[in-house]
Design a protein around this ligand. Structure first.
Ligand code: LMR
Length: 295
């Protein structure tokens, strides 16, 4: 839908032609092309500015995102290996779960191939922001368009850290509201997985969020100097090597980290930040070790 998309290459192991034919009838400037099977993966990556990876299997009720590691880790590694070879300068948006591990996997693969640019590798956590904005607007009867809640940390359970105290416009929350909203935002994905009862996880809201994030990337690539998004990136904002925080984007990727979001946290947020670190650290290390051990 973005007028900034000149061409859209769709790659999958099967059933791509129909999706491409379907999408190609939309009256947008994007030229849609289909690429099916591993042999066509290199061509799908030629001259590409932005790669979006939503590949892999979804959760079923009772599963955590980490339960997907066994299958999705290998898929992400294969795709990023191809990206490193055929589109080494492209920006990469990783949606495949567990994002807390798949982004470190991608970074490690790119490092091994000698083309890692941390400014251009992004874990898509926009759905956490989208959910936070929706739930806060509903709870406080606010105009949704005005609401913006930064969500930091990672993209799984307690690693998702909504900073309700930094909500714009400024809103007062009772301790009960903070607890209820935080838990709901952290469990947003699980809410959908359970409602779908075995038929997968969020696809439509995830597509909406991923499209928002991709469009932000493309706007930045196009020279817009006022693009800010939360994303799970290589980071020095905390002692963890990867961390989701608000970043300013520019033509070269991440331009700056909005460190100020971590100043003046409430006790509740500070405790939640400390509590998420061991789990996030373990997920990051699991991703890195997966690539190192398969050398
Ligand atoms: C989500 O947040 O909806 C996605 O990460 C999918 C999932 O398994 O929860």
């Amino acid at each position: 839908m973005s007028p900034l998309v000149a061409s859209l290459n769709l790659y999958d192991i099967a059933n791509v032609k129909g999706v491409a034919a379907d999408l190609s009838h939309c009256n947008t400037p994007a030229q849609v092309s289909a690429f099916t099977g591993f042999a066509e993966l290199p061509d799908s990556l030629k001259n590409v500015d932005l790669i979006i990876i939503p590949a892999g299997v979804p959760r079923k009720p009772g599963m955590t995102r980490d339960d997907l590691f066994k299958i999705n880790a290998g898929i992400v590694r294969t795709l990023v290996e191809a990206a490193a070879e055929h589109a080494p300068n492209a920006w990469i948006n990783i949606i495949s779960n567990p994002v807390n591990s798949t982004v470190p996997i991608a970074a490690e693969v790119l490092k091994q191939k000698g083309v890692y640019n941390p400014r251009k590798l992004f874990g898509v956590t926009t759905l956490d922001v989208v959910r936070a904005n929706t739930f806060v607007a509903q709870k406080k009867n606010l105009r949704l368009i005005d609401v913006d809640v930064p969500v930091l940390g990672g993209h799984a359970g307690i690693t998702i850290l909504p900073l309700l105290s930094k909500t714009r416009p400024a809103v007062e929350f009772s301790p009960e509201e903070i607890e209820e909203l935080t838990v709901r935002i952290q469990n947003g994905g699980t809410e959908v997985v359970e409602a779908k009862a075995g038929a997968g996880s969020a696809t439509l809201s995830m597509a909406y969020a991923a499209a928002r994030f991709a469009e932000s990337c493309i706007r930045a690539l196009d020279g817009d100097e006022s693009v800010y998004e939360c994303s799970f990136v290589q980071s020095e904002v905390t002692e963890l090597p990867f961390f989701a925080s608000r970043v300013k984007l520019c033509k070269e990727g991440v331009e700056a980290f909005i460190n100020a979001d971590l100043n003046g946290l409430t006790d509740y947020e500070q405790t939640a930040l400390e509590a998420l670190k061991p789990e996030l650290k373990a997920s990051i290390e699991k991703g890195i070790n997966f690539v190192k051990q398969s050398l």
